[in-house]
Design a protein around this ligand. Structure first.
Ligand SMILES: CC(C)(COP(=O)(O)OP(=O)(O)OC[C@H]1O[C@@H](n2cnc3c(N)ncnc32)[C@H](O)[C@@H]1OP(=O)(O)O)[C@@H](O)C(=O)NCCC(=O)NCCS
Length: 183
């Protein structure tokens, strides 16, 4: 298995992977979110990594977010992440996340956000973002508040970073912010 940046020729396999991994209820919407993000000029620069073993068996996408008042601080959000059902639990998702975080660190990203299961993402260094005064684009239901997470990768400016983050247009839609499982 090797992790590499995705190419245009991987798009169909990436969409199929998300559709399969997230299942019939969520899968189609996640697959079309990924397509929309690839086509979205506000989602650049994006980082799209695939786990490849005779085909795409995992994918993670990072796209930019902005914090009003801090236009020069580079920030990204991880969404979505998926591993083929037959290959889950082998460390492939972890390898994709860690590789992505290493690349973002090297390219000078200050903060990375995610909306997902705290039990999964805490292992990579993500911590609740609301407690740091960094709010999600849309309110997260109180029972899922810990699912909105952030981690600093370094390169932080001296001034405190607080406020409501904004995502690329394709992701900045209320329907993507209802349940943590959608990320
Ligand atoms: C979530 C997902 C990406 C994890 O990828 P993976 O390659 O199976 O994960 P890894 O092998 O790196 O890690 C496995 C660990 O993650 C945990 N894990 C997997 N899915 C989890 C979830 N939804 N919530 C909490 N923990 C989870 C496993 O229990 C296991 O824990 P352990 O290391 O303590 O035994 C994969 O299961 C998947 O594609 N799921 C469907 C899509 C999805 O829900 N994506 C959003 C992720 S929040």
């Amino acid at each position: 298995m090797r992790i590499r940046t995705s190419q245009a020729g991987d798009r169909q396999a990436i969409a199929a992977l998300h559709a399969q991994a997230f299942g019939p209820e969520e899968g189609p919407e996640i697959a079309s979110l990924v397509d929309d993000l690839f086509a979205d000029p506000t989602a650049r620069p994006l980082l799209s990594l695939v786990a490849d073993e005779h085909g795409v068996i995992g994918h993670v996408l990072f796209t930019p977010v902005r914090l009003p008042g801090h236009p020069d601080v580079p920030m990204q959000i991880l969404a979505p992440l998926a591993v083929a059902r037959s290959r889950q639990g082998e460390g492939i998702g972890s390898a994709l996340v860690r590789d992505g975080l290493a690349r973002l660190t090297a390219s000078g990203t200050a903060l990375v956000f995610v909306l997902g299961h705290p039990g999964y993402y805490a292992r990579f260094g993500f911590r609740p973002a609301g407690a740091r005064g960094l709010d999600a684009p849309y309110p997260i239901p109180a029972q899922h508040a810990d699912a909105w997470m952030v981690q600093a990768l370094g390169h932080l400016p001296a001034e405190p970073l607080q406020g409501r983050v904004r995502c690329a247009t394709a992701l900045d839609q209320p329907r993507h912010w209802c349940e943590p499982s959608e990320q």
